[in-house]
Design a protein around this ligand. Structure first.
Ligand SMILES: *[C@@H]1O[C@H](CO)[C@@H](O)[C@H](O)[C@H]1NC(C)=O
Length: 278
């Protein structure tokens, strides 16, 4: 696990260094300031906005209020069914993902999940399970998305599928921390992914190689069945409950991981501003 963390940290560092080295002079049309004439809600706002603006001017890139607002709307499942991130937000999303912000947001979610799990009273029959998604939850596909515009390019099942077959994705270290803690507490991890059955071997190999061992089940989507994510994942959770398991927690980066009865006693939404799964 330590080596997986180091691999991810080394990867982040490498991408940050290479992006600094080749700082693109890309067109960047996001406005820094709130439109003139828009009534102020509170004097704090211009202070915050100007602090962000100063940072942006120093970096010569408009570190953007609009992209931040877009991310907020995406994370709250307000903006839905988007195929790609706004082209003008590529640098913003890249900075978010590779800088400390993504990791800090992930840590806040996992801290809350661990505190919740530690407060649970287990029945002692070994029936409590916690559902984990795979992509951008247990595993991080940043090595792939950093090469594909952080979600600017439309999803390409053939290139992403080839990447999955490499079984090379690092763990998201925050999720690993939750995973380990749950095992210590006696809550069984169940891994539930929208990846198809033909990716079972590659997925299991990848999970094992970064240290996700001892999970109770690995559930993948059937190969040739057309099933929306919510339908598939809530259906699998229903089967778990029908088999006598108690889903005490459920964590994923997509709303489709978390919506649809039975959701699990508590759901935890990890950040993902790079793609949307319908
Ligand atoms: C996916 O990527 C491959 C390889 O780069 C390319 O040939 C193909 O046209 C892409 N497919 C789509 C739908 O963009």
């Amino acid at each position: 696990m330590a080596s997986a963390n180091h691999r991810l940290a080394a990867f982040f560092l490498a991408v940050i260094v290479s992006s600094l080295a080749s700082s693109p002079g890309a067109a960047w049309d996001v406005k820094l300031e709130i439109d003139d004439g828009m009534p102020l809600i509170h004097m704090l706002r211009p202070l915050l906005s100007s602090a962000a603006g100063n940072l942006a001017r120093r970096r010569n890139s408009n570190y953007g209020v609009p992209c931040d607002s877009w991310r907020f709307a995406v994370e709250t499942n307000t903006i839905r069914d988007w195929a790609t991130i706004p082209a003008s937000c590529e640098e913003y999303v890249g900075n978010y993902m590779l800088g400390g912000h993504y990791r800090r947001d992930s840590r806040a979610v996992v801290d809350e999940a661990i505190a919740y799990a530690e407060g649970l009273e287990l029945a002692g029959e070994g029936k409590e399970v916690w559902v984990f998604d795979v992509d951008e939850t247990t595993l991080s596909n940043l090595p792939y998305y950093a090469k594909h515009g952080f979600g600017v390019e439309p999803y390409n099942w053939s290139t992403f599928g080839a990447y999955v077959e490499e079984s090379s994705a690092p763990a998201l270290p925050e999720t690993m921390r939750l995973y380990e803690r749950l095992k210590e507490l006696g809550i069984k991890p169940v891994i539930l992914t929208g990846r198809r059955e033909d990716k079972r071997e590659a997925t299991a190999k990848n999970l094992a190689s970064v240290g996700y061992t001892g999970y109770h089940m690995l559930l993948l989507k059937p190969q040739d069945v057309k099933l929306h994510s919510v339908e598939f994942k809530s259906g699998e959770r229903k089967k778990l409950e029908d088999a006598g398991y108690v889903i005490v927690g459920n964590i994923g980066d997509q709303w489709t991981d978390l919506l649809g009865e039975p959701e699990g006693a508590r759901t935890f939404k990890l950040p993902d501003p790079m793609y949307y799964v319908a």
